[in-house]
Design a binder for this molecule. Sequence first.
Ligand code: ADP
Ligand code: MG
Ligand code: ZN
Length: 478
Amino acid sequence: MAEYLTAIGLETHAELSTDTKIFCNCKNRFGAPPNTNVCPVCMGLPGALPTINSTAVEYAVRMGHALNCKINLVSRFDRKNYLYPDLPKAYQISQSNVPICVDGWVDFWYNDQVRRVRIERIHMEEDAGKLIHSESSDIITYVDLNRCGVPLIEIVTKPDIRSPGEAAAYLKTIRSILTYLDICDCRMQEGSIRSDVNVSLNRPGEPLGVRCEMKNINSFSAVTRAAEYEIKRQQEILDAGGIIQQQTRRWDDVKGISSVMRTKENADDYRYFPEPDIPPVEISQRRCDELKKSVPELGNIKLIRYISEYCLNEKDAHYICDDPKLAAFFDECVQSGRYSPQVYSRRIMSELAKYLNANEKSFEDIRLDVKRFNELLGEVEKGNISNSAFKKAFEFMIENDDNVKTIINDLGLLQLTDESELERIAELVIKQNPKSVDDYKKGKTNALGYIMGQCMKCSKGKADPVRMKEIVLSHLAK
Ligand code: ADP
Ligand code: MG
Ligand code: ZN
């Protein structure tokens, strides 16, 4: 069997979370009753005139900056002509020749290294409506036009992605960036992010092969499965001496197979021409620069930083970076300089993550500030409270605004360090458990665990365990 290299290119549509649609003032809202957020413009009635939503333009420019693109200060809309029942105008307003952003790249962590995928372009366009097939009849289909005119950006990569796993990692990065910019609600199950997946194979040293494209896949795992299937399909054809035909294929994720939709259309088939009703989209250099400054440090960059500079493990770094607010908190902790990044991440993973999971909360629902967090960590460090007391105090702290000293006092968490009291407990427990003492002296070391357990119980869990053990051992040695 021959060895092949895989090339994957993605065209990803993301719905922008603007208040209103891209060319009219209708609400941009998912889940409203059918055909209630519509007007002559988005229903495509003759004579209705579109006007561009400037917020959508600014969102697209911010995404362009986030993906290191060159921004076209003047971009243009075109008509992409095709007939389909979810598109009443029979053309989609899209950007073809002069898209708003071109020539960028995105870096992300995959397979223990930084990968870079080049971005060919980002263009703006309107979404189409939705077809709802009748459940009671095979020949009735309803059309809901609420989604017509929802603003989309389409992010097109170069064919730089080398495996299905890398395609999923790239898409997760795009989702993370959209979340950090707060320009898309990224609800995958509602189709906020949908990708066309292009796949080809070639032999090493030879040019890229002929590609097939699978349309409109809206989950990351389905993208992975579709690409895996397509690689295998093409491999079998090539191994048998066949040639790949350029096709658009439909991926059926339930059956796990794809089938031909059509042999590939060309741009010519769409008869693109400049949209006469919308003037060129202009943005000033000054506004473009301002928007660039408004882009925060993004999750993909933080992730690379946490792993390569702070040596966090990938899972922990992902957990922290996935939530922009949590990542900001973590950065603030590290900047305070009190403890190492690992100390913070370990506590976040062991205490915070567990709490949030168990209570089905997210970071923004709780009260945690760096000052109190550092103070509480300090109490453990000084030996004033035990690790288990830390957990209790921590959970109390994120639900209340009390200061750390008050919490520790009120919950009675102070560690028992008084020597004479520890001595008294050791003596008492040893006296009451002669059998365990005997076992220990005969070499059964796990008897010590039992004795220590009794001591901790006797102190109501407050004894300083290290000192307690030393004292118990000194008594047992007698
Ligand atoms: P179209 O718009 O007609 O689908 P494009 O040339 O714009 O075609 O490419 C669309 C996508 O296909 C891009 O993401 C690109 O990276 C990808 N692509 C192009 N050539 C190949 C190839 N040989 N193998 C895999 N993907 C490819
Ligand atoms: Mg395409
Ligand atoms: Zn409308």
